[in-house]
Design a protein around this ligand. Sequence first.
Ligand code: ASP
Ligand code: MG
Length: 407
Amino acid sequence: MLYPMAVIVQKYGGSSVADVKKLQQVAERVMRTRQQGHDVVVVVSAMGDTTDELLGMAKQVSPNPARRELDMLLSAGERISMALLSMAIRELGGDAISFTGSQSGIITNDRHVDARIIEVRPFRVQDELARGKIVVIAGFQGVSYKKEVTTLGRGGSDTTAVAMAAALDAEFCEICSDVDGVYSADPRVVPAARRIATLSYEETQEMAEAGAKVLNAQAVEFAKEKGIAIYARATRGPLPGPDPSSDGTVVRKSPPRMPGTVVGVASEKDVLILDAEGPAADLLALLDERGVSGKQLHVYAGRTTLALSRENLHNEAQVREALTATLGSRVRLGDGLAAVSVVGAGINATYANVRAGSEVLSAVGATPSGISTSSFRITWMIPTNRTEDAVRALHGRFIEAEQPLLP
Ligand code: ASP
Ligand code: MG
């Protein structure tokens, strides 16, 4: 074909493919997209709670399951949904073919359970598109240079979709789920939360890293690099019309906001704070050896602190043992803490937002034990059991009150 059609990548989350009926509805949506004249690549998550169930079984067999074996196990979830969706599309008269992450050319590093995509070689996908097929890809997985199956960390199907969209120079990437976009806070916690119409790549990345569940942080990197727009929208909603930003949330290069404006509040429960005396090198080497990635590293005056997210830490007991064996009493582990964050470009132009947030947190009994900032985010460490109240308080203060703090 001389003029190939525009490629659209659609990703469907676990709740959108939770059962056979929902898979069939997704198949219909894929067919409608195809009938609009697009080349369609579909990336699927595992059905419903499959990944959690598989992890649960692994934990019953072994308290510290080997990371390689976890990848063999967890990657099976997305294989099930990709094959079933492909069958469902074929049943509707579409010509679909399914591929695993490895078959679709997702090459990763070898950090099992939390691997990073280093390259996408989508040759087979392109060949099949050229043959007029709808390509269905198992999300959340890839293959390392050592030819080992890897997974991309929880929520990693987003990463597959956006990386694939970037590699295929797609028109755009749709992230379809049971929520119709990215909200200013989790609407189950904050009923007054609002859908955010437009987010910049940086804001989305910070929201994701701060614990918002709508888009995976690594996914955004790929979109940003290629300037690909990401549309987060409801699977049940309409197909994008001529103005695709009229529903859902669009993530794209955006003009700056009024400085000081908070766009969203996110939280992550159950983070682990490492606090160590002495050189950081030993501690960091130990974490790297075990494939554990931390965030918010601070090294100052002989102290190293960093936050570990428990989400992709499936062998915590082992890591704890190794830490005590190597560093002894030089390391302390802080438990029972949550990170609550506010996000917005330029929110730290002055300390006004930091001060205001700390004040409302203390007022609801969530006195922060730590604060860290970036140019897009303020994060407070608070007791885990105060998380919901803290999120509501920050949302009330910064978003419902609608008083952008001007520097
Ligand atoms: N099934 C995987 C998970 O639950 C990946 C994904 O849904 O994106 O984390
Ligand atoms: Mg997901």
